[in-house]
Design a protein around this ligand. Structure first.
Ligand SMILES: [Ca+2]
Ligand SMILES: [Ca+2]
Ligand SMILES: [Ca+2]
Length: 310
């Protein structure tokens, strides 16, 4: 290895480890980096770990959710997540078009019978009517506020309120007056011909939740973005080196992203060197695809990846 590059590598690695040590706990903003779900504290939905003690699913069944079969794709995802509840969890399922309906007017424990009732409720939903999102969310957040811990609303929708004509800021303002402090809103954006994520992003942002874009396949990633911040830079090499050599450091969110040289293995030394060469040695070719945008791994290997680009 050329001496100049060696010296540069040592400098960059030292700097990188220092950066990693200083800021690792707060670097990642992906949904999957929330505290690890347990039956009591969290819940997995569309591949994302969402925080909460009790859960209220609020499902958009307006007209547009039926145009391309989106609602039919939502159903199995909701049912899968209902089946993950433990009997200690409380939950509720509701849905909305021009008006909302709910399985029951309060939170109930996730006993096998209650979960089956919820599955039956979800299974027969039909898409029809307008999108009266605000009214439904007011009720969903009230139900969630009955939680003795954090009540999480899981909103599944493709767009904004198209009922009262409220633009996103008005929905936020309306809800800010009524949503209790123990309630968070997680939003799950579904793709349809009239899809617009603006309101869903704003809601998750305003009410402490995560925004999950379900239109992005779970296995999409950007090679080299080891820390999951949607860019590839020296912090990613530092993250990888910390993972390899600093006890207690977090593992990469996505092994495929950490496999910078695409040899099918996550090797903190070899992959961080590949990253650093690409970043700092002129004439080095770019990393193997996908880079710069999220996509699947074009070269099959045993590594996996889940939710890196959500
Ligand atoms: Ca990164
Ligand atoms: Ca590798
Ligand atoms: Ca590969």
């Amino acid at each position: 290895m050329h001496l100049t590059f060696k010296l540069m590598l040592v400098t960059v690695v030292t700097l990188g480890l220092w950066i990693a040590a200083a800021s690792a706990p707060n670097r990642i903003r992906s949904a999957l980096q929330l505290p690890v779900a347990t039956a009591a504290t969290g819940h997995d939905f569309y591949g994302a770990c969402v925080e909460g003690d009790d859960f209220v699913w609020c499902i958009d069944r307006s007209d547009s959710m039926g145009w391309t079969g989106a609602l039919e794709l939502v159903k199995p995802a909701v049912i899968d997540s209902l089946l993950q509840l433990s009997p200690d969890d409380q939950f509720m399922v509701m849905s909305f078009g021009a008006s909302w309906t709910v399985l029951a007017g309060t939170l109930i424990h996730a006993t096998p019978d209650n979960v089956q009732d919820a599955i039956d409720y979800v299974s027969v939903l039909n898409a029809e009517g307008g999108t009266c999102l605000l009214n439904a969310l007011e009720f969903a957040t009230m139900l969630a506020s009955y939680s003795l811990g954090t009540g999480a609303v899981l909103l599944v929708s493709d767009s904004a309120d198209a009922c009262g004509g409220f633009p996103p800021p008005d929905i936020i303002a309306e809800l800010q007056g009524v949503v209790a402090d123990n309630v968070v809103i997680h939003s799950f954006y579904v793709d349809t011909p009239s899809a617009d994520p603006t309101t869903l992003i704003a809601l998750a942002d305003a009410f402490g939740g995560v925004f999950v874009d379900t239109t992005i396949p779970l296995d999409f990633f950007q090679r080299g973005d080891v820390n999951g911040d949607a860019s590839t830079d020296v912090a990613d090499a530092a993250f990888l080196l910390s993972y390899g050599f600093v006890p207690g450091s977090p593992a990469p969110l996505c092994d495929d992203a950490a496999d910078a040289n695409d040899d099918g293995e996550v090797d903190p030394i070899a992959d961080s060197i590949t990253l650093l060469q690409m970043l700092f040695v002129s004439g080095t070719p770019p990393l193997p695809p996908p880079t710069g945008t999220c996509a699947e791994d074009p070269t099959a290997d045993v590594l996996g990846c889940e939710g890196a680009c959500l």
